[in-house]
Design a protein around this ligand. Sequence first.
Ligand SMILES: Cc1cc2nc3c(=O)[nH]c(=O)nc-3n(C[C@H](O)[C@H](O)[C@H](O)COP(=O)(O)O)c2cc1C
Length: 331
Amino acid sequence: MIDLSTTYMGFKLKNPIIAGSSGLTDSVDKITELEKHGASAVVLRSIFEEEILLEMNAKLKQMSSNGFVYPETVNDYDYYEDIEEGTTYKYLKLIREVKSTVRMPVFASINCVSSTNWTYFSKQIEDAGADAIELNLFILPTDFKHSSTENEKVYFDIVAEVQKQISIPVSVKISYYFSNLGKLIQDISKSGAKGIVLFNRYYSPDIDIEKMEINSGFVLSNPSDMSISLRWIAIMTGRVNCDLIASTGVHHGKDVIKQLLAGAKAVQIASTLYTNGPQQIGVMLEELKIWMGSKKFESINDFRGKLSQKNTNNPAAYERIQFMKYFRGYK
Ligand SMILES: Cc1cc2nc3c(=O)[nH]c(=O)nc-3n(C[C@H](O)[C@H](O)[C@H](O)COP(=O)(O)O)c2cc1C
């Protein structure tokens, strides 16, 4: 009997494939379909801090007589009743409906860049029934007046403010645009976050040379995009206080196996679901099962992290950047 179960942030997942946040996780029907095909958990499409603040500010303006808003007012503001057709209302409604329809854990996701009043909304998300909140954090370091420490402080402030509001677990999904990435990941893991997702994939600009215009780069990933995540999952495994989840470039069963060998607790997938449909989850799980059988592994723990940097007998393999032998040998 092969056991595919794993754990993440204290939840027992029936297998290591989580449907990551995307347009495929924004409705009850789509999420039900993902569960039917084997997803072990789902991260809802992110709601943006700006969307929360927009509705919150509009309402608070009505509520405040002299323009001053007491913090308690923000705290008591009931998103669920006030703006029935608003984005926040719809997000909470989605959480409630999804939670009453599927059995797998449901993680809400907030795209945020500051630790301002929007953080009160996390409590409403908890009350709506979400099992955890994933903070999708990204501040592109283009304000050159700020040091990297000042930029990074915002991440910790956000995690702290959200944790003040809720008791469900918080995870953090980040990019790799940091000057001291390993230390940052370690520090986030000590901040109380129960999971870190390595890494998000962002909108990237491209240039259309015929029209001479800026347009959108590739939205979906390729399997070759997995290498950065694989490297950092392997390097950080055994060196953090929380669970690591791999995201970006996981398209096939063999990609899941690689990330588990590197030390990931689970993977999040999005692009392969767009390309191959939700049934790809079943295909990937089958590939994982066949491989485990061929290696005589009965559970994920039999091999998870076996090739992390700490466990491999070739730790330098994850640190070689300018690999002379590799580049010179490539004729
Ligand atoms: C169309 C699309 C929409 C996405 N929307 C979100 C989002 O709302 N929030 C988020 O945290 N990530 C979002 N992502 C990022 C994915 O969750 C994932 O981290 C990224 O695509 C890398 O994984 P992949 O290679 O499996 O696609 C989106 C990705 C795609 C392709």
